[in-house]
Write a protein that binds this ligand. Sequence first.
Ligand SMILES: Nc1nc2c(ncn2[C@@H]2O[C@H](COP(=O)(O)OP(=O)(O)OP(=O)(O)O)[C@@H](O)[C@H]2O)c(=O)[nH]1
Ligand SMILES: [Mg+2]
Length: 296
Amino acid sequence: MGFFSKLRASVRGFFDDFTGANDEFFDELEERMILSDVGAELSARCVERLRERVKADGLRTAADIRGELKRIMLAIFESRPADSTVSTVAPCLILVVGVNGVGKTTTIGKLASRFRAAGKRVLLVAGDTFRAAAADQLTVWAERSGAEIVRGKEGGDPGAVVFDGLQAAKARRPDVIICDTAGRLHNKSNLMKELEKINRIIERELPDASRETLLVVDAATGQNGLLQAKQFTESAGVTGLVLTKLDGTAKGGIVFAVADQLGIPVKYVGVGEAVDDLAEFNAEEFVDAILAGDGE
Ligand SMILES: Nc1nc2c(ncn2[C@@H]2O[C@H](COP(=O)(O)OP(=O)(O)OP(=O)(O)O)[C@@H](O)[C@H]2O)c(=O)[nH]1
Ligand SMILES: [Mg+2]
Protein backbone atom coordinates (compact mmCIF):
# COMPACT_ATOMS: atom_id res chain seq x y z
CA MET A 1 0.00 0.00 0.00
CA GLY A 2 1.28 3.44 -0.91
CA PHE A 3 0.46 4.83 2.49
CA PHE A 4 2.65 2.44 4.43
CA SER A 5 5.48 2.53 1.94
CA LYS A 6 5.71 6.27 2.61
CA LEU A 7 5.77 5.64 6.30
CA ARG A 8 8.41 2.96 6.03
CA ALA A 9 10.70 5.18 4.04
CA SER A 10 10.39 7.89 6.66
CA VAL A 11 10.72 6.06 9.93
CA ARG A 12 14.13 4.72 10.81
CA GLY A 13 14.37 0.94 11.04
CA PHE A 14 15.16 -0.24 14.54
CA PHE A 15 16.64 -3.55 13.41
CA ASP A 16 18.66 -2.48 10.39
CA ASP A 17 22.04 -3.45 11.84
CA PHE A 18 21.03 -6.33 14.08
CA THR A 19 23.97 -8.56 15.01
CA GLY A 20 22.70 -10.20 18.18
CA ALA A 21 20.87 -9.58 21.46
CA ASN A 22 23.83 -7.95 23.21
CA ASP A 23 24.25 -4.71 25.18
CA GLU A 24 25.35 -2.91 22.05
CA PHE A 25 22.12 -3.83 20.30
CA PHE A 26 19.91 -2.75 23.19
CA ASP A 27 21.76 0.55 23.60
CA GLU A 28 21.55 1.23 19.88
CA LEU A 29 17.85 0.35 19.86
CA GLU A 30 17.16 2.72 22.73
CA GLU A 31 19.07 5.48 20.98
CA ARG A 32 17.15 4.94 17.75
CA MET A 33 13.86 5.03 19.59
CA ILE A 34 14.83 8.31 21.24
CA LEU A 35 15.92 9.72 17.87
CA SER A 36 12.50 8.74 16.50
CA ASP A 37 10.93 10.82 19.27
CA VAL A 38 9.48 7.98 21.27
CA GLY A 39 10.81 9.93 24.26
CA ALA A 40 13.71 9.08 26.57
CA GLU A 41 11.70 7.71 29.46
CA LEU A 42 9.36 5.59 27.35
CA SER A 43 12.23 4.29 25.18
CA ALA A 44 14.15 3.23 28.29
CA ARG A 45 11.05 1.54 29.69
CA CYS A 46 10.38 -0.38 26.44
CA VAL A 47 14.00 -1.51 26.05
CA GLU A 48 14.22 -2.55 29.70
CA ARG A 49 11.09 -4.65 29.28
CA LEU A 50 12.49 -6.11 26.05
CA ARG A 51 15.76 -7.05 27.78
CA GLU A 52 13.79 -8.89 30.46
CA ARG A 53 11.69 -10.80 27.93
CA VAL A 54 14.67 -11.68 25.74
CA LYS A 55 16.49 -13.05 28.77
CA ALA A 56 13.49 -14.86 30.27
CA ASP A 57 12.45 -16.47 26.98
CA GLY A 58 15.94 -16.97 25.55
CA LEU A 59 15.12 -15.04 22.36
CA ARG A 60 17.97 -14.86 19.85
CA THR A 61 16.83 -14.02 16.34
CA ALA A 62 15.94 -10.58 15.05
CA ALA A 63 12.49 -11.92 14.11
CA ASP A 64 11.76 -13.16 17.64
CA ILE A 65 13.05 -10.02 19.30
CA ARG A 66 11.16 -7.86 16.87
CA GLY A 67 7.98 -9.82 17.65
CA GLU A 68 8.50 -9.18 21.34
CA LEU A 69 9.19 -5.48 20.80
CA LYS A 70 6.03 -5.30 18.72
CA ARG A 71 3.99 -6.68 21.62
CA ILE A 72 5.59 -4.20 24.01
CA MET A 73 4.92 -1.25 21.70
CA LEU A 74 1.35 -2.32 20.97
CA ALA A 75 0.68 -2.49 24.71
CA ILE A 76 1.24 1.28 24.81
CA PHE A 77 -1.91 1.69 22.73
CA GLU A 78 -3.94 -1.03 24.37
CA SER A 79 -4.43 0.90 27.59
CA ARG A 80 -5.89 3.81 25.59
CA PRO A 81 -9.32 4.23 24.04
CA ALA A 82 -9.34 2.05 20.96
CA ASP A 83 -11.77 4.07 18.87
CA SER A 84 -9.85 5.28 15.85
CA THR A 85 -12.68 6.61 13.74
CA VAL A 86 -14.68 9.76 13.87
CA SER A 87 -18.36 9.38 14.62
CA THR A 88 -20.48 10.10 11.60
CA VAL A 89 -23.86 9.82 13.26
CA ALA A 90 -25.59 12.88 11.84
CA PRO A 91 -25.13 15.61 12.67
CA CYS A 92 -21.51 15.15 13.57
CA LEU A 93 -19.53 18.26 14.29
CA ILE A 94 -15.75 18.11 14.02
CA LEU A 95 -13.81 21.06 15.38
CA VAL A 96 -10.22 21.08 14.13
CA VAL A 97 -7.62 22.81 16.31
CA GLY A 98 -3.85 23.14 16.50
CA VAL A 99 -1.04 25.68 16.20
CA ASN A 100 -0.30 27.39 12.89
CA GLY A 101 1.03 25.46 9.95
CA VAL A 102 0.51 21.95 11.32
CA GLY A 103 -1.93 20.97 8.57
CA LYS A 104 -5.41 21.70 9.94
CA THR A 105 -6.93 23.04 6.73
CA THR A 106 -5.32 20.32 4.60
CA THR A 107 -6.59 17.64 6.97
CA ILE A 108 -10.10 19.12 6.77
CA GLY A 109 -9.89 18.96 2.98
CA LYS A 110 -8.82 15.31 3.10
CA LEU A 111 -11.53 14.46 5.63
CA ALA A 112 -14.17 16.22 3.54
CA SER A 113 -13.17 14.11 0.54
CA ARG A 114 -13.35 10.90 2.57
CA PHE A 115 -16.78 11.69 3.92
CA ARG A 116 -18.01 12.76 0.47
CA ALA A 117 -16.70 9.51 -1.01
CA ALA A 118 -18.71 7.70 1.65
CA GLY A 119 -21.82 9.52 0.43
CA LYS A 120 -22.02 12.02 3.31
CA ARG A 121 -23.13 15.61 2.93
CA VAL A 122 -20.39 17.80 4.30
CA LEU A 123 -20.46 21.44 5.39
CA LEU A 124 -17.18 23.24 6.02
CA VAL A 125 -17.02 26.30 8.26
CA ALA A 126 -14.10 28.67 7.67
CA GLY A 127 -13.51 29.63 11.30
CA ASP A 128 -9.98 30.89 10.61
CA THR A 129 -10.53 34.58 9.92
CA PHE A 130 -7.10 35.56 11.21
CA ARG A 131 -4.84 34.47 8.39
CA ALA A 132 -5.24 36.10 4.99
CA ALA A 133 -6.46 33.60 2.38
CA ALA A 134 -7.34 30.93 4.96
CA ALA A 135 -10.96 30.87 3.78
CA ASP A 136 -9.83 30.78 0.13
CA GLN A 137 -7.70 27.73 0.88
CA LEU A 138 -10.67 25.98 2.49
CA THR A 139 -12.91 27.00 -0.43
CA VAL A 140 -10.56 25.24 -2.85
CA TRP A 141 -10.85 22.05 -0.79
CA ALA A 142 -14.64 22.43 -0.63
CA GLU A 143 -14.89 22.74 -4.40
CA ARG A 144 -12.55 19.83 -4.93
CA SER A 145 -14.46 17.52 -2.61
CA GLY A 146 -17.99 18.69 -3.32
CA ALA A 147 -18.56 20.01 0.20
CA GLU A 148 -20.54 23.12 1.02
CA ILE A 149 -18.81 25.98 2.78
CA VAL A 150 -19.74 28.91 4.99
CA ARG A 151 -17.16 31.66 5.21
CA GLY A 152 -17.01 35.14 6.68
CA LYS A 153 -14.97 38.26 6.26
CA GLU A 154 -11.21 38.21 6.71
CA GLY A 155 -10.36 39.74 10.06
CA GLY A 156 -13.94 39.22 11.22
CA ASP A 157 -15.10 37.47 14.36
CA PRO A 158 -14.56 33.68 14.12
CA GLY A 159 -17.43 33.17 16.56
CA ALA A 160 -19.76 34.94 14.12
CA VAL A 161 -18.63 32.70 11.25
CA VAL A 162 -19.19 29.61 13.36
CA PHE A 163 -22.61 30.94 14.36
CA ASP A 164 -23.51 31.48 10.68
CA GLY A 165 -22.18 28.05 9.84
CA LEU A 166 -24.37 26.43 12.45
CA GLN A 167 -27.47 28.30 11.22
CA ALA A 168 -26.70 26.98 7.74
CA ALA A 169 -26.30 23.51 9.22
CA LYS A 170 -29.71 23.72 10.91
CA ALA A 171 -31.30 24.70 7.61
CA ARG A 172 -29.41 22.35 5.28
CA ARG A 173 -28.88 19.39 7.63
CA PRO A 174 -25.51 18.06 6.46
CA ASP A 175 -24.24 14.76 7.87
CA VAL A 176 -20.88 16.18 8.89
CA ILE A 177 -19.90 19.74 9.80
CA ILE A 178 -16.18 20.48 9.97
CA CYS A 179 -14.97 23.76 11.50
CA ASP A 180 -11.56 25.15 10.70
CA THR A 181 -9.91 27.40 13.30
CA ALA A 182 -7.00 29.83 13.38
CA GLY A 183 -3.67 28.42 14.49
CA ARG A 184 -2.22 31.76 15.41
CA LEU A 185 -3.80 34.68 17.20
CA HIS A 186 -2.04 37.53 18.92
CA ASN A 187 -1.04 35.23 21.75
CA LYS A 188 -1.74 31.79 23.08
CA SER A 189 -4.27 32.73 25.72
CA ASN A 190 -6.28 34.56 23.03
CA LEU A 191 -6.26 31.37 21.00
CA MET A 192 -7.55 29.28 23.89
CA LYS A 193 -10.20 31.89 24.77
CA GLU A 194 -11.35 31.95 21.16
CA LEU A 195 -11.69 28.16 21.15
CA GLU A 196 -13.67 28.25 24.38
CA LYS A 197 -16.00 30.83 22.85
CA ILE A 198 -16.44 28.71 19.71
CA ASN A 199 -17.19 25.70 21.90
CA ARG A 200 -19.87 27.64 23.79
CA ILE A 201 -21.53 28.68 20.54
CA ILE A 202 -21.58 25.09 19.27
CA GLU A 203 -22.93 23.86 22.60
CA ARG A 204 -25.71 26.43 22.48
CA GLU A 205 -26.64 26.21 18.80
CA LEU A 206 -26.20 22.50 18.13
CA PRO A 207 -26.46 20.77 21.52
CA ASP A 208 -27.45 17.41 20.08
CA ALA A 209 -24.62 17.04 17.58
CA SER A 210 -22.11 14.27 18.19
CA ARG A 211 -18.88 16.13 18.79
CA GLU A 212 -15.25 15.56 17.97
CA THR A 213 -12.41 17.97 18.61
CA LEU A 214 -9.40 16.88 16.60
CA LEU A 215 -6.02 18.28 17.50
CA VAL A 216 -3.63 18.35 14.56
CA VAL A 217 0.04 17.94 15.43
CA ASP A 218 2.97 18.06 12.99
CA ALA A 219 4.93 14.87 13.70
CA ALA A 220 8.18 16.59 12.79
CA THR A 221 7.89 18.97 15.75
CA GLY A 222 8.62 16.03 18.01
CA GLN A 223 8.49 16.56 21.74
CA ASN A 224 7.24 20.11 21.19
CA GLY A 225 4.18 18.53 19.60
CA LEU A 226 3.63 16.63 22.81
CA LEU A 227 3.67 19.94 24.68
CA GLN A 228 1.09 21.40 22.29
CA ALA A 229 -1.07 18.34 22.77
CA LYS A 230 -0.98 18.80 26.54
CA GLN A 231 -1.94 22.48 26.30
CA PHE A 232 -4.83 21.96 23.89
CA THR A 233 -6.10 18.95 25.80
CA GLU A 234 -6.32 21.06 28.94
CA SER A 235 -8.25 23.96 27.42
CA ALA A 236 -9.99 22.76 24.28
CA GLY A 237 -11.46 19.36 25.19
CA VAL A 238 -9.57 17.40 22.54
CA THR A 239 -11.12 14.00 21.73
CA GLY A 240 -8.63 12.76 19.17
CA LEU A 241 -5.35 13.46 17.48
CA VAL A 242 -4.26 13.76 13.87
CA LEU A 243 -0.53 13.43 13.31
CA THR A 244 0.52 15.01 10.03
CA LYS A 245 3.69 15.10 7.93
CA LEU A 246 4.83 11.63 8.89
CA ASP A 247 6.15 11.46 5.31
CA GLY A 248 8.66 14.20 5.97
CA THR A 249 10.16 13.00 9.22
CA ALA A 250 11.98 10.09 10.78
CA LYS A 251 10.33 11.03 14.05
CA GLY A 252 7.13 8.99 13.88
CA GLY A 253 7.84 7.84 17.41
CA ILE A 254 5.92 10.84 18.71
CA VAL A 255 2.80 8.72 18.16
CA PHE A 256 3.93 6.45 21.00
CA ALA A 257 4.82 9.31 23.32
CA VAL A 258 1.40 10.87 22.76
CA ALA A 259 -0.44 7.59 23.32
CA ASP A 260 1.61 6.90 26.43
CA GLN A 261 1.24 10.30 28.07
CA LEU A 262 -2.17 11.59 27.04
CA GLY A 263 -5.37 9.64 27.37
CA ILE A 264 -6.51 10.54 23.85
CA PRO A 265 -6.49 8.29 20.79
CA VAL A 266 -4.63 8.97 17.58
CA LYS A 267 -7.41 8.94 14.97
CA TYR A 268 -5.70 9.79 11.70
CA VAL A 269 -2.22 10.14 10.29
CA GLY A 270 -1.20 12.34 7.37
CA VAL A 271 1.58 11.28 5.03
CA GLY A 272 1.55 13.96 2.34
CA GLU A 273 -0.24 16.91 0.82
CA ALA A 274 -2.51 15.03 -1.58
CA VAL A 275 -6.13 14.21 -0.91
CA ASP A 276 -5.46 10.50 -0.39
CA ASP A 277 -2.58 11.06 2.01
CA LEU A 278 -4.66 10.55 5.14
CA ALA A 279 -5.33 7.23 6.80
CA GLU A 280 -7.16 6.05 9.85
CA PHE A 281 -4.62 5.22 12.48
CA ASN A 282 -4.14 1.51 13.05
CA ALA A 283 -1.72 0.75 15.88
CA GLU A 284 -0.73 -2.69 14.64
CA GLU A 285 -0.03 -1.56 11.08
CA PHE A 286 1.85 1.44 12.39
CA VAL A 287 4.08 -0.63 14.66
CA ASP A 288 4.67 -3.11 11.83
CA ALA A 289 5.70 -0.29 9.51
CA ILE A 290 8.11 1.13 12.06
CA LEU A 291 9.69 -2.19 12.91
CA ALA A 292 9.99 -3.30 9.29
CA GLY A 293 12.89 -0.91 8.74
CA ASP A 294 14.33 0.27 5.44
CA GLY A 295 15.43 -3.04 4.03
CA GLU A 296 12.03 -4.73 3.86
N1 LIG B 1 4.34 16.61 3.61
C1 LIG B 1 3.17 16.89 4.18
N2 LIG B 1 2.71 18.16 4.13
C2 LIG B 1 1.53 18.44 4.71
C3 LIG B 1 0.76 17.43 5.37
N3 LIG B 1 -0.35 18.03 5.85
C4 LIG B 1 -0.28 19.33 5.51
N4 LIG B 1 0.85 19.60 4.83
C5 LIG B 1 1.34 20.89 4.30
O1 LIG B 1 1.62 21.76 5.39
C6 LIG B 1 1.37 23.12 5.04
C7 LIG B 1 0.43 23.77 6.05
O2 LIG B 1 -0.83 23.12 5.96
P1 LIG B 1 -2.18 23.83 6.35
O3 LIG B 1 -3.25 22.84 6.17
O4 LIG B 1 -2.34 25.14 5.67
O5 LIG B 1 -1.91 24.09 7.90
P2 LIG B 1 -2.84 24.86 8.95
O6 LIG B 1 -2.68 24.17 10.25
O7 LIG B 1 -4.20 25.01 8.43
O8 LIG B 1 -2.09 26.27 9.03
P3 LIG B 1 -2.68 27.68 9.55
O9 LIG B 1 -4.01 27.85 8.90
O10 LIG B 1 -1.68 28.69 9.10
O11 LIG B 1 -2.77 27.60 11.03
C8 LIG B 1 0.78 23.07 3.63
O12 LIG B 1 1.80 23.34 2.70
C9 LIG B 1 0.29 21.62 3.49
O13 LIG B 1 0.27 21.19 2.16
C10 LIG B 1 1.29 16.07 5.41
O14 LIG B 1 0.72 15.12 5.98
N5 LIG B 1 2.49 15.89 4.79
MG1 LIG C 1 -5.40 26.65 8.16
